[in-house]
Design a protein around this ligand. Structure first.
Ligand SMILES: Nc1ncnc2c1ncn2[C@@H]1O[C@H](COP(=O)(O)OP(=O)(O)OP(=O)(O)O)[C@@H](O)[C@H]1O
Ligand SMILES: [Mg+2]
Length: 487
């Protein structure tokens, strides 16, 4: 097709800049995107600063990285400054040349960048109200830096990003309610502890970066609880894709019986274990997305302790469909196949862990009150009529009563509230426990079981072994032993 005429059709500044605000950042993802730049700039320290009480609330992100010259600053302020198709330096966390602007505009109408490199200190401002009024892409340069919040904290080199006119964070309709803003800032700090945990911890091969919120240091939050003895580490697998290497490692977090209640809740996270299971995708060791099986499997109770770390380099963004916010991604086809196989092995492994816990409890237990019966695809639990307490009681009954008694045991087994138990154990496993017998009933059942086993000619050693591995004696064994010896 031949072209007869051409015209430049520039976007309307006020319209496009307003639309850039709505690409879906939250305060958490916006702050993380700005901090990416600080890490790429080689910062040792990143400070998140907030002023929620003054008349002009502001948020600041201050780093001591390499800073920018005035020319570099101007380029940094340009929406779309670097081509996403260009190859980036090996540890660069950026991709689109947009993050600083899109992240800032998503939360505020005024972005100030103050930066120092060598002898040069420069400052530039994007004010969306100026852009709207002038209907043009106008960046402003202040004549003095003295009233820039936290401006005096900038060290000999580094950059300070300040957001003002926080219209998205402060609810003006609610009389400028700041409570919501303070809550979001606290959630942002926790988000940073997760997203940058490998930098905060100074993982091998990474430069440690310390971060703080208004002076409070942020602590790394390792979602794999990898230093705990009871965490199961799978082997690290290397998957080659074109010129790139992807590293994959599975972790199974400790069962709730192996950790303190505090740790159990901490690693569950606010969304809980079920929602937080799945792949944790890191791009250059920075967490991009977590708590998803990428549509390859369902998040189930059985696999809730499984978390799989995937490490990808920064050259694969297009293949993984990384978005501007660095908050979503999709694995490319060949990687999906590999991940699907990994999920299958996790499914089998987790099932083994849970079932073997079940099996062990029941087979180690030589006096099972409950028995687990597996019949083809069906599993059910029933009371064990061979248990010495039941057997002994039953022997005292007439034939007809014995028959009725067995039917009663079957009734109890058949009416077990499995759904309720399952739901309670899934949501608050630490608070579910069998009913505890009072001292008198416990004493009676200890004495009775002991004498039945004695009558059955078991040795003293065998009786103790059997009773100490069976509930209700197992969990109160010291008490039970005392009753046996005092008889
Ligand atoms: N804190 C900083 N220190 C030094 N240079 C910075 C800083 N923040 C931004 N820059 C410079 O500004 C450029 C533009 O940043 P911006 O976040 O908009 O895009 P990007 O990081 O290149 O890509 P992405 O859109 O993926 O974030 C960066 O590439 C970097 O050169
Ligand atoms: Mg960036």
């Amino acid at each position: 097709m031949t072209v007869s005429d051409r015209e430049i059709l520039a976007p309307r500044a006020s319209v496009l800049i307003e639309s850039m605000r709505d690409i879906g950042y939250s305060l958490q993802t916006a702050v993380a995107d700005v901090i990416d730049n600080s890490i790429t700039a080689g910062a040792n320290t990143v400070k998140l600063l907030t002023d929620t009480d003054s008349e002009n609330p502001a948020i600041g992100i201050l780093d001591d990285g390499c800073g920018m010259s005035k020319t570099e600053l101007l380029e940094a302020m340009r929406p779309g400054t670097k081509n996403p198709l260009d190859k980036r330096a090996i540890h660069d966390l950026g991709r689109f040349g947009l993050g600083l602007k899109t992240a800032s505009f998503s939360q505020s109408r005024r972005l100030i960048v103050l930066t120092r490199k060598g002898e040069e200190t420069s400052c530039a401002i994007w004010d969306l109200d100026t852009v709207a009024k002038e209907e043009d892409w106008i960046v402003e340069f202040p004549s003095s830096f003295s009233d820039i919040p936290w401006g005096k904290c900038l060290s000999s080199s580094g950059t300070l990003v300040v957001w003002q006119k926080l219209d998205r964070l402060i609810d003006e309709r609610n009389g400028g309610d700041h409570k919501n803003m303070n809550r979001q800032i606290d959630e942002t700090a926790s988000h940073l502890e997760l997203v940058f945990h490998r930098y905060l911890a100074g993982e091998k091969g990474l430069k440690r970066v310390s971060m703080s919120l208004n002076g409070r240091p942020l602590e790394p939050f390792d979602p794999f609880h990898s230093r705990h003895d009871a965490t199961i580490h799978g082997p690290e697998e290397v998957f080659r894709f074109g010129d790139h290497e992807i590293l994959i490692q599975t972790f199974t977090l400790p069962h709730h019986k192996k950790v303190s209640a505090e740790d159990w809740n901490r690693y569950a996270g606010p969304e809980g274990y079920i929602k937080n299971q799945g792949f944790y995708l890191y791009r250059e060791k920075r967490l991009i997305i977590h708590g998803t099986w990428f549509g390859l499997a369902k998040q189930t109770e059985l696999t809730k302790l499984a978390r799989v770390r995937i490490d990808m380099p920064n050259g694969m963004d297009a293949e993984w469909k990384i978005d501007v916010k660095k908050a979503s991604a999709q694995p490319p086809g060949p990687v999906r196949d590999r991940l699907r196989r990994i999920i299958e092995t996790i499914g089998a492994g987790s099932r083994r862990i849970y079932v073997s816990r079940g099996k062990r409890l029941i087979s180690d237990n030589r006096l099972p009150v409950w028995i687990r019966v597996q019949d083809k695809n069906r599993i059910h639990y029933r009371l064990n009529p061979e248990h010495p307490a039941f057997k002994n009681f039953s022997e005292e009954l007439t034939n007809q009563q014995q028959h009725k008694f067995l039917r009663l045991l079957d009734l109890v087994g058949s009416a077990m509230p499995i759904d309720t138990i399952f739901s309670d154990v899934s949501s608050t496993p630490e608070s579910v426990s069998p009913q505890e017998l009072d001292g008198e009933s416990f004493c009676e059942i200890v004495k009775r079981t002991y004498s039945i086993l004695k009558d059955e000619k078991y040795s003293e050693e065998d009786i103790q072994l059997m009773m100490s591995s069976a509930e209700p004696f197992k969990s109160r064994w010291e008490e039970a032993k005392e009753i046996i010896f005092k008889r």
